[in-house]
Design a protein around this ligand. Sequence first.
Ligand code: NAD
Ligand code: IPM
Ligand code: MN
Length: 332
Amino acid sequence: MKLAVVEGDGIGKEVIPAAVEILDAFEMDIEKVPVELGYGKWERTGSAITDEDIETLKECDCVLFGAVTTPPDPNYKSVLLTIRKELDMYANIRPIRPLPSVKGIHERNDFNFIIVRENTEGLYSGIEEIGDEVSTTKRVITRKGAKRIADYACKLANNRMKKLTIVHKSNVMKSDKLFLDVCRETATDTGIVHRDELVDSFAYNLITSPWNYDVIVTTNLFGDILSDMSGALVGGLGLLPSANIGDKYAFFEPVHGSAPDIAGQNKANPLATILSLKMLLEWHGDIAEAAILEEAIDSALNMGICTPDLGGKYTTSEVGNIIAKYIRTRLE
Ligand code: NAD
Ligand code: IPM
Ligand code: MN
């Protein structure tokens, strides 16, 4: 495997080395290609990502990515959005699953759902007119875009509980009627039990009764917001992994950002990135390694080895060291 490794900015520079140490513990045949991207690179060179960087990412089998800082500067083009569009990674897969010994906001931990977020259009179209008096962003829903994310979600649901929730706001935004119709048709055609919910009441239902959901499909910005919100169910933003998937490329990253408030202190939780690495291993077919990694994470958590966001006293690098050591011992 040829793997592009992007640390990015802020805590990306701390969580990625921890995940890479763990990957190295498996001694797999992987060529790692470091790629510098992000706000730091923009400050240094005037560009956050170049055409050559995109070519390098495309030449690799997949990408492990930390986080980047995205300033609200109209002249700054988001690195992540550029990559998602250029590599046409239309599905953003965000599993929400409790981990042993970590409490979220509920006593119950019998839930396990996946947010399938459309990743290339909606309010992230990038079609904007910015003025002093009026600024607009065009929300784009296409049949093709809705169909491919609906297909992805239905395939996933078919391998799970065959239960799909379509989340939209078609009462107000008629563009969502197309999204809803295409998702409904696809679910009906593939024999998936489905229902739909308006995003506002859905947000309430999801946070109060997460055990009622399995696969959730939604548009770009709703998926972004609902996934961070769901972090509260499992114990924090430091625990949410994700995969960006297209027909040709795959890209794995924590859901969280560069966390400037804690960057440089070696206290960021590396588990979101380590769980993203686990998704990468599964995607690549390294099922045994993924299972050992899960065992190692569970073992660390059961021994109280975690960062301060989970109430622990361990540093980012210590958590990485200990999980890597568990894997090396396990493989001896
Ligand atoms: P954030 O996710 O970076 O941080 C939100 C809060 O969660 C902060 O208090 C932070 O300390 C905490 N947090 C996040 N990850 C953590 C971890 N692993 N361990 C412990 N605590 C953690 O969101 P933000 O503050 O809104 O955004 C900061 C920057 O990151 C912005 O420039 C934003 O554009 C960017 N961002 C990037 C990505 C990405 O690269 N994928 C995602 C989201 C935000
Ligand atoms: C995410 C992030 C990105 C998004 C930002 C940084 C562009 O919040 O991956 O969830 O909005 O998709
Ligand atoms: Mn987000």
